[in-house]
Design a protein around this ligand. Sequence first.
Ligand code: ADP
Ligand code: MG
Length: 453
Amino acid sequence: MKELQEMWKQVLLKVEMMVSAVSFDLWIAPLEVLDYNKFEKLILSTNSTYAKKQLMKNHSEQLKSAIEEVFGEDTPFEILDPDEKKEFLKKNKPEINQAVVEKEIEEDKNAFNPKYTFDNFVVGKSNQFVYAAARSVAENPGKRFNPLFIYGGVGLGKTHVLHAIGNYIKKELPDLKIKYVTCEKFTNDYIDSLHGSNKDQGINKFREKYRNVDVLMVDDIQFITNKNETQEEFFHTFNDLYQNNKQIIIASDRPPKEIATLSDRLRSRFASGLIQDVQSPDFETRVAILRKKAQLERYIIDDEVINFIAEKIDTNIREMEGLLAKVYFFATLLGKKSASLEEAKEAFKEDLDEKREDLSPDTIIDATCKYFGISKADIVGKKKSKEIVEPRMIAIYLISEMLDMPLVAIGKLFGGRDHTTIIHARDKITEQYRDGGRVKTLVNAIKEQINAN
Ligand code: ADP
Ligand code: MG
């Protein structure tokens, strides 16, 4: 990375001598290097579509000659506007890509993530029972464990297992109808069905969709609301399927008894089948998962880097995969096949900030208020003006980032906001942070304040 930035600086120096100072400040200086692969090309990004146009129209010759001087003759380059940059990062950073894939899959009811198969699932002590139960259900849906209720922490493979069942059945029992939804999707579908022009028709269609299946999978059931009608509908869906020996599979981040919003009768229905937890993998399993993932994604990663990641992250597998993708991406930026341990540590600098035990959410809220010069009452309150909303979202982001605090608890701190609001704020700032620029600067400045205390 450093090397590449150094090379880019040299390009800038050369271009600076070829163009006017104004043009340089306006168009050239804001260019960022996104990627450089020895065998491909130099990817640059600008901060607007207009800037891209100007550059292409007026400065492409100068850029070309400076780039060739530094990077070698015939080095192709491409300038991306902000939208193209997003696309590019999506394609090139698998950890982001994954979210997109999942969303697309959810929208297409017949598609399962082809990577989430039983073959690609590493079995260890932590997940062997879930694996066995899932396989049995996939081979004999509706026969043995019905419903199958899988629970465990974030990023431990629940969604992977559901998709593995889906992929298996699609291949081995292609006549069966399978439906996979998140709880949120189920809820929204139901609400939508009530709000069409013809309510009866809407609800009939909804029922047809959900009851006319052989296997129904509902992911993230912990998000079920205690709005009675949706639960009522789910309860009837459940009964209808169950009575017809159709398989039901549920995933959740906690056991039924800990889902406060779940009605008692659904809870007892869930208890009538198999409730199986998936635990955090031990070190050996984590290493095996990372190896598998690297092999699947065709990453070349040194063993010592894999061990380092497996040591640093011991609960969330998705987080481990994020680091794996990052280190690979980092090596590509360096123009290397794989990164050394030292380079990996450099790449992870921001991710592995130790979570501080002594930090409280109040410290973070106070630092954010102080930074923006607003009151605590306002930041946790109801005001919707931009001057308050942005600091609020940043504080939420920082708390979820720096502390191990459940979303619901964060919501409570902010005047009882719903966890979905908290997720929205966190994700929005995460995205803006990734894009760099103003929000990143703000966030880092506040973080520094907090860490200085
Ligand atoms: P959850 O739904 O429990 O939050 P996911 O199923 O989304 O977690 O898993 C997060 C990531 O970890 C996925 O990319 C998944 O493929 C991977 N993963 C989890 N467990 C395993 C495993 N045992 N073997 C291989 N990959 C796994
Ligand atoms: Mg999941």
